[in-house]
Design a protein around this ligand. Structure first.
Ligand SMILES: Nc1ncnc2c1ncn2[C@@H]1O[C@H](COP(=O)(O)OP(=O)(O)O)[C@@H](O)[C@H]1O
Ligand SMILES: [Mg+2]
Length: 235
């Protein structure tokens, strides 16, 4: 579904990504692992054209998207849930969710999408009129994911959804992702530092170090390989 081929990305003159290649197949959960500063967010920014790659290829459903501006990604069927969530703190939960459907006109489709989000995260329904800025961290993450779901994405890209959240909340969020994968056939590219957790719910994974992919494989094989765990995952 998504193919990234040998991209190089820079901030100013400093090269951050070195020939990064990865693939996400239809229906998969693929995780990009790596410690702080490895280049994970930079990879997402290159894919979504927020900080375009200087070279390399990016294809979605076999079409080149290197030049597609990020605001068009929802039309392609790609939702990005960025690091730090980026909610509108003064707007209600419901209005934040509705922002995810911005530009769509079909009212009944929007309402049914909203109901589906409430079905996956009942907590958001209870809090629908509350200002998003007053939600707990976990609820804010649910709201950010819910907003991304409003377009019924084919591919959802999540940058560190577990960051700063209590383990029970993280489990809830990952359970929701699994449900979306199995029930609604949503494909995921997940960015995580939490290797154990991410590998448990992923099909395949890549590990990034200093802007390069250093290892890739099936998640279960990575979880069972002592060498991989020791060398790359800090487990
Ligand atoms: N806006 C920026 N300007 C300059 N350097 C940046 C910027 N954002 C990130 N970097 C640098 O790029 C490297 C990779 O960062 P990032 O992709 O955010 O890592 P990760 O998401 O894996 O923690 C780091 O060395 C970081 O300091
Ligand atoms: Mg990051």
């Amino acid at each position: 579904m998504l193919k990234v081929k040998s991209i190089n990305a820079f901030y100013g003159d400093i090269q951050i990504l070195h020939n990064v290649s990865l693939e996400v197949g239809k229906g998969e959960i693929v995780t990009l692992l790596g410690s702080n500063g490895a280049g994970k967010t930079t990879t997402i920014k290159a894919i979504c054209n927020l900080n375009p790659a200087k070279s390399g290829e990016i294809l979605f459903l076999d079409k080149h998207i290197e030049k597609t501006p990020s605001y068009k990604f929802p039309h392609l069927g790609i939702s990005l849930v960025p690091e730090g969530r980026h909610l509108f703190p003064d707007m209600s939960v419901k209005d934040n969710l509705l922002m995810g459907a911005y530009g769509q006109n079909d009212k009944s489709a929007i309402n049914s999408a909203l109901e589906e989000v409430y079905d996956i995260f009942p907590r958001l329904k209870e809090r629908s009129s509350q200002q998003a800025g007053t939600l707990s961290g976990g609820e804010q993450q649910m709201c950010a994911i819910g907003r991304g779901l409003m377009i019924h994405p084919m591919l959802m890209i999540l940058d560190e959804p577990s960051l700063g959240l209590a383990p029970v909340i993280v489990d809830k969020i990952f359970d929701a992702l699994k449900l979306l994968q199995t029930r609604d056939n949503v494909t995921f590219l997940l960015i995580e530092q939490n290797a154990q957790l991410a590998l448990e719910c992923s099909n395949r994974a890549y590990v990034m170090e200093n802007g390069s992919i250093v290892i890739e494989g099936k998640a279960e094989e990575m979880l069972s390989s002592k060498e991989v765990q020791k060398a790359y995952l800090g487990l």
